[in-house]
Design a protein around this ligand. Sequence first.
Ligand SMILES: Cc1cc2nc3c(=O)[nH]c(=O)nc-3n(C[C@H](O)[C@H](O)[C@H](O)COP(=O)(O)OP(=O)(O)OC[C@H]3O[C@@H](n4cnc5c(N)ncnc54)[C@H](O)[C@@H]3O)c2cc1C
Length: 400
Amino acid sequence: MTDTDQGADPIVVAGGGIGGLCAALALQQQGHEVVLLERASEISEVGAGLQLSPNACSVLAGFGLLDALEPYAHAPGNLRIWSGRSGRQIARVELGDFIRQRHKNPFWVIHRADLQRVLLERAQSTPGITIRLSSDVKDLTATPYDQLSCIFREGDRTESLTCKALIGADGVWSKTRQHVPGHKNARFSGQVAYRATVPIDQVDPKFARDTGLWLHRDCHLVHYPIRGGRELNIVVLAKEDWGDETWSAEADKEAVVRVFKDWPAETRNLLNTPKQWLKWALCSVDASGPWSHGNLVLMGDAAHAMLPFMAQGAAMAIEDAAILAKHLPKDVENIPAALRAFERERKPRAARIQGISFGNARTFHFSGPMAFARDSVLRLTKPRKLAERFDHIYGWTPDQ
Ligand SMILES: Cc1cc2nc3c(=O)[nH]c(=O)nc-3n(C[C@H](O)[C@H](O)[C@H](O)COP(=O)(O)OP(=O)(O)OC[C@H]3O[C@@H](n4cnc5c(N)ncnc54)[C@H](O)[C@@H]3O)c2cc1C
């Protein structure tokens, strides 16, 4: 094993997803040396879109990245909620300029690969951040001097790196979480997400501008334009067992079409368009479990993976990054206390939004009288009032 000498002890971030990259940027802004270890040989994200709400954009604005992201983003004017049974529109939630003016930041939809590339390019060009790919974090041990030694495999070598803090941003199947006593494990929800993207000119123009949410018994469909409006992202969420050993896999197109066999023709046509579908098992990590232990802290999906029924998982990871850095100024003396303070500040919000996501998982899939009651309330509420119901999520900024 070789010991990597970095001079002054850095902060190590394990995982180069959206959360880890944002943590690296935010911690560097505080003046720390940061080493980011990412298991994959390249940082890339396959076929999926992301709703980037104003709370997440407020952090990205702090990195000065909104201009770099804008060409890849699309700002839907509305979220349109449709009945997957009748094909009729149930309600409209006003987004676009209304949300931008209300929360001083945009509500964007974007391809995850575009967001991740912009974050990566900024991190790579920032002095003080070192990114090491093909670096798989294997173990952590405490040193006698209140530091941590992070053991990782880089290619066929095992190395160790001494750090003053380790940020576990290694996702829902986090290895670093095993080092937090009493941690909660990830749980499969019994639901899966099918995801695909298609060129926008191949779909009904009705789907090309706004975000669409189609509700039906035990499943729902979401679509929105990405890549600056050139592609449509399509996500189907449905109850299903998961028999595969991996947690994402290529999906059988026929299986997707089967889920929607009694849906309106326009949705069946839409779902027939993609050539390839990918499938994800939807898992969560109970946010109320412990996130920190000594100089180690979890963030993002490692700490509180949530079901995507409020589209806030990545947004929470981005918010975590900003608040983590706030608790870790350059001259921080007591790192474990700072990490506990971060956990105390973030946990109630992450747990609340995780709870809303679980709640939506039920209400989105209602049938019979419950669906009728849900739709009646939605129908009677004005588009701006529906948007205002999310002020407590979208109105968040790091300086509150
Ligand atoms: C269908 C679906 C739709 C979604 N839609 C939205 C949305 O619209 N808006 C939104 O905000 N969120 C959404 N989410 C949630 C969002 O994708 C996640 O919450 C977010 O990606 C979590 O980011 P993260 O950085 O914490 O973890 P990840 O993105 O999982 O990143 C973890 C990284 O750690 C690396 N890693 C793992 N183990 C190790 C190791 N041992 N050593 C080194 N590196 C390691 C991995 O390779 C990976 O790069 C959605 C999720 C799903 C499934």
